[in-house]
Write a protein that binds this ligand. Structure first.
Ligand code: SF4
Ligand code: SF4
Length: 448
């Protein structure tokens, strides 16, 4: 089979270190030595299933990390290629009987690459701009969001698509453009710093983690999350000083900037007696719960603060399934299926909670999706950077979804929503794609 080609050129780059790991955080013996090379993770791994290559399997990637550590393989182009192609979906963690925490390993390997490998100038520029100059800065994000909204709403986007100019551009930019999120005015940033009272008797006081890009492109999902929480007796505090969670940075190996963002968030939510800090994004929630890992080797004091914060973080489905749910839900006569977001199912091990919530909706017929635990190909910015592999995974996912004959596809992560909606558009079919919390919001509205 053909190998995947990256849109953002990642290889060949310049090797700065020919053997052994360089300075900075690196995969640790204590973590990778738990791998007994049994291979039970191979068929759970989306890239191995597509390519059939050992080097693109979890076991193969761990083997390459060990070879680099021992100085038998350079920290160079080949290593980077195989580590970059990993989705960080962590399906291998679920499959592994030895308890290998592969996410830790790949994120540390990427930290090594980030520190000790020179990517080509264009890739470096793109990464610096996106990860350092845009994501951590709410004002810049809002400006970009406003410009993009103008492009989407003014007719410019439609006109450009009609010319088919995008398909003449190099790489697969026409397909990538298809994944661009719609900007939703008013942006959710306007609600930061406000508090929404509980409907009826207050049972809980929770904080909402709103995300970064989600404030622009999933503003209505955030609104729906607040409404559903309020319907369930929650006073919802939308803390003003919160910022990007740093998940994309952690996945890219940029741990220093991730630590800066983590500190800001931990401090923003500290000092309030919240029952929970709620996230509706599996990728964000997963990294928020893992903030202590970023401070393991730092000052003990902040590690403790990160642990106290992480202990309060709940995915919105986890929280709602764990309380006495308000059952005043309207009837929705729909056939629905559910795709497990990797960072909910594999990283947070939350699989029952979303199913429990969606089956609480009267009239809803739930059909299990075969291989619901296999990544849809979204994986943060993976669908942009590795568009070809991402599309292969999405095509497989859409085939499985078609088998269910569901009218409604449910999931619990904004990135998966974008990816699955792109899949539905490409197929030109009628299916709706919703977050579980949006389903509940509609059901509450129907009940009046
Ligand atoms: S990661 Fe786990 S499942 Fe995979 S080869 Fe190693 S021990 Fe076996
Ligand atoms: S994280 Fe996902 S893509 Fe990466 S090795 Fe594990 S199963 Fe494969």
């Amino acid at each position: 089979m053909n190998r995947e080609t990256a849109i953002i050129p990642g290889q060949p780059g310049r090797d700065t270190k020919r053997s052994g790991f360089g300075p900075g955080e690196a995969p640790r013996w204590a973590d990778y030595s738990r791998c007994v090379h049994c291979g039970l993770c191979l068929n759970a791994c989306p890239t191995y299933r597509e390519l059939g290559l050992e080097m693109d399997s979890p076991r193969g990637r761990i083997y390459q990390m060990i070879q680099v550590e021992k100085g038998r393989l350079p920290l160079g182009g080949s290593f980077v290629q195989h580590i970059d192609l990993c989705l960080d979906c962590r399906a291998c963690e679920t499959a592994c009987p030895s308890g290998v925490e592969y996410g830790k390993l790949v994120e540390a390997a990427r930290a090594q690459i980030e520190t000790n490998y020179h990517r080509p100038p264009l890739a470096t520029l793109f990464r610096k701009l996106f990860y350092y100059e845009i994501l951590p800065h709410p004002r810049r994000l809002q400006l970009l969001g406003a410009l993009m909204r103008f492009y989407q709403r003014s007719g410019m986007e439609a006109a450009l698509r009609a010319t088919r100019l995008l398909s003449l551009l190099p790489g697969r930019l026409d397909q990538v453009a298809d994944l661009a999120p719609r900007m939703e005015k008013p942006f959710f940033y306007e609600r930061l710093g406000t508090t929404v009272p509980a409907e009826g008797t207050r049972r809980y006081r929770v904080a909402l983690f709103a995300g970064c890009i989600a404030n622009l492109s999933f503003a209505r999902l955030n609104d729906a999350t607040v409404r559903v929480l309020a319907k369930n007796g929650c006073e919802v505090v939308i803390v003003g000083e919160q910022t990007c969670c740093g998940a994309l940075h952690v996945h890219a190996g940029m741990r220093d900037i991730a630590r800066i963002l983590a500190r800001q968030n931990v401090q923003a939510f500290a000092g309030n007696d919240f029952d929970a800090v709620i996230s509706n994004a599996a990728g964000c929630g997963s990294v928020l719960k893992e903030y202590p890992l970023l401070f393991e080797e730092e000052g003990k004091e902040f590690h403790e603060s990160a642990r106290a914060f992480a202990a309060k973080v709940r995915d919105v489905t986890e929280f709602l399934a764990g309380i006495d749910l308000n059952r005043k839900l309207g009837t929705m006569k729909l056939r629905a299926t559910y795709q497990d977001p990797c960072h909910l199912g594999h990283a947070q091990r939350i699989r029952t909670a979303p199913r429990k919530l969606l089956t609480a909706v009267p009239g809803l017929e739930f059909i299990e999706l075969k291989e619901a635990e296999i990544c849809c190909g979204s994986a943060g910015v993976y669908n942009v950077v590795h568009n070809e592999m991402s599309n292969r995974l999405l095509e497989g996912k859409m085939r499985r979804i078609a088998e269910t004959r569901a009218d409604l596809i449910l999931t619990a992560n904004p990135g998966c929503l974008l990816q699955l909606r792109a899949g539905v558009r490409r197929e030109g079919n009628h299916r709706r794609v919703l977050h579980v919390v949006e389903l509940l919001d509609e059901a509450y509205r129907l009940a009046g």
